[in-house]
Design a protein around this ligand. Sequence first.
Ligand code: CMC
Length: 436
Amino acid sequence: MKLSDTKATLSFSNGSPNVDLPVYQGSVGPDVIDIRKLYAQTGMFTYDPGFMSTAACQSAITFIDGDKGELLYRGYPIEQLATQCDFMETCHLLLYGELPNAEGKQKFSRNVTMHTMVNEQMQFFLRGFRRDAHPMAIMTGLVGALSAFYHDSTDINNPEHREVAAIRLIAKMPTLVAMAYKYSAGQPYMYPQNDLSYAGNFMRMMFATPCEEYQPIEVLVRAMDRIFILHADHEQNASTSTVRLCGSSGTNPFAAIAAGVACLWGPAHGGANEACLNMLYDIQRQGGVDKIGEFIKQVKDKNSGVKLMGFGHRVYKNYDPRAKLMQETCKEVLDNLGLHNDPLFKLAMALEKIALEDEYFVSRKLYPNVDYYSGIVQRAIGIPVSLFTAIFALARTVGWIAQLNEMIGDPEYKIGRPRQLFTGSTKRDIVPISKR
Ligand code: CMC
């Protein structure tokens, strides 16, 4: 970051002296006012719940221009990555800063492939869960449990440990997600098969059984790979910030990523894909397209607590570029499977059209986000709704680990420790229990 010629001056209406604050510029995007010394200089904190105006770190990984609807991984537009690269190249880019050449890609993919198997003990750990446990509950446990199995990669301050943990996490997430699914379905686990692509291997572990091989359909494998690319990173979102905060205490990488999985589960974040499909099912059950008007009315009624899931975003105030790519994939997959008349897709398109013309959504700049169409694609592939967020977690793992490693390597990094505006009781004495 570069120190700007401009300074910010903070003045107070009570006559306290002005405070000059340095301003820094990044390569693109808003400048930041450096308030690190504010408390020492003024005895005051800043107040910003939800980080509406606070940059918590510097990062060179992902850039979003929310007004333009632009998303760049290491400078490359998401549209180019989704159409010209695969997930392994994207992982390499996010982790190391550059796209690999052919040889580098082969080496990286091989490295990931060599780590796809999980310790055989993991399946006994799974047995402790109820069969109807939510896959994200299982994933939170399994990812955290990795730190109990891979002791040679738990020292976050050791660059070699961090590198091996990164590769292990990327490699093992598909295996764990597929195991969570097989466990809930009561089917035997399928071991990874290393001559398949990353997405192809995942789909085989999901859909093959020991009695029947799975013949991957190329267009579905491509769709899965695209889902992975589109979800791979998204700068300082809630789960990534959770991973950074958790990792800032020096905990091991597996524990930090498990914290990210837990945060992603919420319906305002990664859980939105599951919530969105359930919302579409609900509207469908109540009468489909004819009921959209009624549903929109509920959404606009603040007391109803109903939201249009898959719409709106903290950063995008324009169409989420990932939603456009996802819609494209959705059409391709449904056409390929002969499902172009899929009623849920038609309902989603009709709902989107009505919302985009409605004053409520227009004035608040609410557009479809990545989760709006991803559920329809995953459902067409045959993935159960409850597994959607686990697949998001699988894809986001590379982003989490790239951001975590970036933080550890940043000389300015400190343990994350927000401040507060205290509004509770001031100091008081305990009244003996007999007199309370
Ligand atoms: N349906 C109806 N109203 C909405 C929606 C929605 N989906 N999203 C925002 N609003 C309204 C909100 O009520 C508020 O209205 P008002 O100004 O009258 O109070 C206004 O729009 C601004 O919303 P906000 O809640 O202040 O915005 P935020 O930045 O705090 O929240 C969000 C962003 C994504 C949590 C929210 O838009 C939302 O809950 N969307 C639905 C869930 C969803 O699709 N999440 C996936 C996000 S993308 C994938 C990911 O990164 O996880």
